[in-house]
Design a protein around this ligand. Structure first.
Ligand code: NDP
Length: 445
């Protein structure tokens, strides 16, 4: 790492003890930024990085709620409003027992660069709770969401901060959150949340956007080597929103997706995952992959283990952070891998990324490859602002143009800074310069 950045990095790590995912995200970005500071000494003089690593505002709050038996539970809620240089804070809410400040800050930090890369007027933020929605009834989920919003509502707004979904937060949760916001504020403010239902202000393609966008980004990477998804054997991790739509898109482009996972294990389906069945099991019934295997002849469920043991030419990690380590990366490479695109945020550890890059594998980092979700959220905001709703075809066309644009910008930036083919460098520098320029232009903020 550039020696001038080391001191800044050390200060950031020391000021945020115990937040290991945030540290990892910061280090990964700093490693790319040396050449930028050679060309732009004003960024160092203006302490842009020090400012960028300190969220503009961090909100932590109590979320009390009652279960169906009348027992009281207390969870912790978070919203980190990281950077508003380019627009209102924008980023999802995650409900998962692993959530703590370090996770929310890593996600919010990544979001700043991702949102800048989309070219849309959105800043970076993230939030969530250590609430575990698994096994909870609809009524319990609703009461939790209502309690969460009873505090959050005072911090968000169409021009301030616009949350959306993430792990554990989908259309159902956004509905309960929106209903409570509307009830407290007495305003039908469509633009305050994205990922809404189609009949009440949502955008077509938003549910599909992250998974579709990840595959579009991967397709653009493959094109640079004269290849495509046609005929590829694809391995996907996760079986939630991002994974399901990534599987659907990859198969529509001629690939066979032979495996996907959840936190209990993975399935192998050599004939190609049946997306309709997977969606029925995971999204409609909220069931497990064992249910898929029981209903799909020829498929096989493996309890525990690693989905990355399955041989594939393209890997799409779409579950969670640090789910793909150096050993798994080495195994994938030795099994004939040619490309990785991250649908999840920071799913590859730093050593996994090194293995991929040293082996010359095409590697699309999450902050570029999974930006289609937030980009389509920004399209939802545009539709809300103009009280319009666009067709599926038109919105998908916009998403495709945005993803191709992000790919091309990352590739061009990597070339410009002497790292051709390195999408990590391209994404980090491309996102950073845009935000840094805006921060300097807006004075000491
Ligand atoms: P979902 O909640 O819909 O699905 C998450 C999937 O990942 C599930 O299959 C879940 O398994 C699995 N998973 C979650 N945590 C773990 C874990 N600790 N170990 C193993 N598997 C796990 O979430 P999304 O699909 O929305 O999000 C997936 C990833 O994509 C996240 O990293 C998110 O930040 C990122 N992302 C999402 C966007 C979106 O638009 N939704 C936008 C950009 C990025 P199980 O069911 O067993 O819990």
């Amino acid at each position: 790492m550039d020696s001038r950045l080391e001191a800044v990095r050390d200060t950031v790590l020391a000021r945020n003890p115990g937040e290991k995912e945030f540290h990892q995200a910061v280090i990964e970005v700093f490693e790319s930024l040396g050449p930028v500071h050679d060309r732009h000494p004003e960024f160092l003089e203006g302490a842009v990085l020090e400012r960028l690593c300190e969220p503009e505002r961090q909100i932590i709050f109590r979320v009390p709620w009652t279960d169906d038996a009348g027992r009281v539970h207390v969870n912790r809620g978070f919203r980190v409003e990281f950077n508003s240089a380019l627009g209102p804070y924008k980023g999802g809410l995650r409900f998962h027992p692993s959530v703590y400040l370090g996770i929310v800050k890593f996600l919010g930090f990544e979001q700043i660069f991702k949102n800048a890369l989309t070219g849309m007027p959105i800043g970076g933020g993230k939030g969530g709770s250590d609430f575990d929605p698994r096994g909870r009834s609809d009524a319990e989920i609703m009461r939790f969401c209502q309690s969460f919003m009873t505090e959050l509502y005072r911090h968000i707004g169409e021009y301030t901060d616009v949350p959306a979904g993430d792990i554990g937060v989908g259309g159902r949760e956004i509905g309960y959150l929106f209903g409570q916001y509307k009830r407290i504020t007495n305003r039908y403010e469509s633009g305050v949340l994205t990922g809404k239902g189609i009949s009440w202000g949502g955008s077509l393609v938003r549910p599909e956007a992250t998974g579709y966008g990840t595959v579009i980004f991967a397709q653009e990477m493959l094109k640079t080597r004269g290849q495509s998804f046609d005929g590829q054997r694809v391995v996907v991790s996760g079986s939630g929103n991002v994974a399901i739509h990534a599987i659907a898109k990859a198969q529509s482009l001629g690939a066979t997706v032979v495996a996907c996972s959840d936190s209990a294990g993975y399935i192998v389906d050599e004939a190609g995952i049946d997306v309709a069945l997977l969606s029925q099991v995971k999204e409609v019934e909220r069931g497990r992959l064992t249910d898929y295997a029981a209903r799909r002849p020829g498929s096989n469920h493996v309890a525990g283990g690693s989905v990355w043991d399955v041989t594939g030419t393209v890997a799409l990690p779409c579950a969670t952070q640090n789910e793909l380590d150096g050993d798994a990366a080495a195994k994938l490479v030795s099994n004939g891998l040619i490309a990785v695109a991250e649908g999840a945020n920071m799913p590859s550890t730093r050593s996994a990324v090194s293995v991929f890059q040293e082996a010359g594998i095409l590697f699309g980092p999450g902050k570029a490859a999974n930006a289609g979700g937030v980009a389509t959220s920004a399209l939802e905001m545009q539709q809300n602002a103009s009280r319009d709703s666009w067709s599926f075809e038109y919105t998908e066309q916009r998403l495709t143009e945005i993803m191709v644009g992000i790919h091309d910008r990352c590739a061009a930036t990597a070339d410009e800074y002497g790292a051709p083919g390195n999408y990590v460098v391209g994404a980090n520098i491309g996102g950073f310069v845009k935000v840094a320029d805006a921060m300097l232009a807006q004075g000491l903020i």
